[in-house]
Design a protein. Structure first.
Length: 205
């Protein structure tokens, strides 16, 4: 009888320990750049070199091009901490489960759909729940998309606030990733302005 009365108590203790463990967020990785200005210049120059996105018209537009490099590997390397835990960039929790091959499952969500080039750095490492929130409240809302783009392009902070409908959230970056994205945005804007100038010159000649 004594052992039977202990079982529920042990179960409650184990459940409480599990809940407490889930409340403790993993250490967010640090990826500081030893030379931020050089990394920014390099990312900006690479924005001119990557292949442009390509689509084919079927019953709908189907994207046929892919990023240079591997976006999953890029994100995994940047957001795995010293304890080998992969953190979500929004909730900052450890990714919820591992795949059959032992690697964490996560979603590599494209940050801005209107980029002309294929960039491995232009993605976020998100858990399935945060990926759904980001797609629903940011990517499907033009105003929020534009605001996020301005913030990402100009910020010196590694954390950016998000308006998620009835709640608020954040995207957290490591420095190397943020610099790469800012370089991409600057490089593509430079290309866009150059193309506009060439079109004006062509039209006037």
């Amino acid at each position: 009888m004594a052992s039977e009365t202990k079982k529920p108590q042990l179960f409650r203790l184990s459940l409480k320990q599990l809940i407490e463990k889930r409340r403790v967020k993993p250490a967010f990785p640090e990826r500081a750049s030893p030379d931020p200005e050089r990394r920014l210049r390099h990312a900006k120059s690479r924005a001119h070199e990557v292949p442009t996105k390509e689509f084919e018209n079927h019953s709908r537009s189907v994207r046929t091009s892919s990023p240079t490099g591997d976006k999953v590997t890029y994100l995994r390397q940047n957001y795995t901490n010293d304890e080998s835990e992969l953190a979500c960039q929004m909730c900052e929790e450890e990714m919820p489960f591992r795949r059959r091959d032992g690697e964490y499952y996560f979603e590599a969500v494209q940050l801005f759909d209107d980029l002309a080039g294929e960039h491995e750095a232009a993605n976020l490492a998100l858990c399935p729940l945060c990926a759904a929130k980001f797609k629903e409240f940011i990517k499907r809302d033009e105003r929020r998309r534009k605001e996020l783009r301005v913030q990402v392009a100009s910020t010196n902070e590694l954390q950016i606030g998000l308006d998620l409908g009835k709640e608020t959230g954040n995207i957290r970056f490591v420095e190397k990733h943020l610099l790469d994205i800012q370089g991409i945005l600057a490089g593509e804007e430079e290309q866009k302005q150059k193309q506009k100038q060439e079109n004006r010159e062509s039209a006037s000649s």
